[in-house]
Design a protein around this ligand. Structure first.
Ligand code: SF4
Length: 391
């Protein structure tokens, strides 16, 4: 049976970080209640779609926003609703993102009992000045306490997020943050370069000349140091931004990179059923409105319930042609340490560029598989653009 994953987006945060480009909003009790009701309704509807019937659920991921702000009972109810609605694999991975500021020993113990077996902790840095620059509301101590509480609650699979390319950060200060994460015996680390999305406060500051742009050379040096430290610590660099101890790769994220199917619930969430990608409205109120319209519509059209309500629910969709499918697999596969099958991609590869990139050491071919060389993963977008034959 084919496997699939479920992503649940909770867009509320205690405070909006100035660099944040995610669909998130400052917590608003009434709106959050309406949102949670809409989310449950969407789950009921989606579970009736035949496209998920003959598939096994391998992972659930609560992301955001700050999903650790959801009431405990609500999270437990969603998990149990999902388990009753879909065929679940016994080794179901259930991850919840946690902002260290919301740490709560009782919540962690409750979540563990409710089936959550992996926490992804938004540490971002172990340097107080960097956290302040990022506008994070939590302290370094809060990260330590979060890890300790999680361990006490029985979590043996923890992931930490770290950011580099922060203004004022150095190679040394980033190395120190990585080392502190390693000292905590974390199972998984995700590292992100500070990207500046339009419409963020940071973008405005940079455009107004009040803040420097992230320094590409510094990021390249930090990346080089990062891959060396993680390799010495016996972490597998299994995807562009992700490192895991053996046996602790994120099953959920791996599903995206191997082009498996997924159902996204909540505002801005995307779904993919193997043929079609479809997505929900980005903005919270629009999403709630779309769900409300779908409820009304489905009540009035019970005969054609599943076929029709979606028109009001999804904000957009695209069908993937076989060519788009292949190119996406290529793009996603090159982000990983498993690379891509060269023969299945033969029609789409620009051979002269392939040879040039091979000669320059940016890519390599082993046993008919094509890999991007780890030292150059930061340049993946450019490598892929050059490799793909668009003619
Ligand atoms: S906590 Fe995360 S999702 Fe929320 S505003 Fe900050 S970066 Fe964005």
């Amino acid at each position: 049976m084919e496997a699939f994953s479920i992503y649940i987006h909770y867009p509320f945060c205690l405070k909006r970080c100035p660099y944040c480009g995610f669909a998130s909003s400052v917590d608003d009790r009434k709106l959050a209640e309406r949102y949670r009701r809409a989310l449950q309704q969407e789950l009921v509807y989606r579970a009736k779609e035949p496209r998920w019937y003959n598939k096994s659920l391998q992972s659930i991921y609560f992301g955001g926003g700050t999903p650790s702000l959801m009431p405990n009972e609500y999270i437990a109810r969603l998990i149990s609703q999902i388990m009753q609605s879909f065929n679940c694999l016994p080794e179901l991975e259930i991850t919840l993102e946690v902002n260290p500021e919301t740490r709560d020993a009782n919540q962690f113990a409750f979540l563990r009992t409710a089936g959550v077996n992996r926490l992804s902790i938004g540490a971002q840095s172990f340097q107080p000045d960097e956290l302040e620059f990022l506008g994070r509301i939590h302290s370094v101590e809060a990260v330590y306490e979060t890890v300790q509480m999680a361990r006490q609650a029985g979590f043996d699979n923890l992931s930490l997020d770290l950011i580099y390319g922060i203004s004022g950060q150095t190679v040394e200060s980033f190395n120190a943050s990585i080392q502190k994460a390693l000292d905590l015996r974390i199972e998984h680390i995700s590292t992100y370069t500070l990207s500046i999305d339009e419409e963020t406060h940071f973008a405005q500051e940079i455009n107004a000349g009040r803040m420097p742009k992230p320094d590409g050379d510094l990021m390249a040096d930090q990346y080089a140091a990062l891959i060396e430290i993680m390799s010495n610590a016996d972490f597998e660099h299994y995807e562009l931004t992700n490192y895991a101890r053996p046996g602790f790769r994120s099953r959920h994220n791996s599903a995206y990179w191997t082009h498996q199917h997924y159902l996204g619930l909540g505002c801005s969430a995307h779904s993919f059923d193997g043929e079609k990608r479809f997505w929900n409205a980005r903005y919270i109120k629009k999403y709630i409105r779309n769900i409300g319209n779908s409820v009304k519509y489905s009540k009035a059209n019970t005969d054609d319930y599943c076929a029709n309500y979606r028109d009001g629910l999804a904000e957009g969709e695209e069908f993937l042609t076989p060519e788009m499918h292949q190119i996406e697999e290529f793009y996603l596969g090159l982000r990983t340490s498993t690379g891509v099958d060269l023969d299945s991609m033969a029609d789409y590869i620009n051979i002269p560029e392939l040879n040039r990139l091979l000669e320059a050491g940016f890519i390599e071919i082993l046993d008919r598989r094509l890999y991007a060389v780890e030292a150059h993963w930061l340049m993946l977008d450019e490598i892929i653009l050059r490799l793909i034959n668009t003619s």
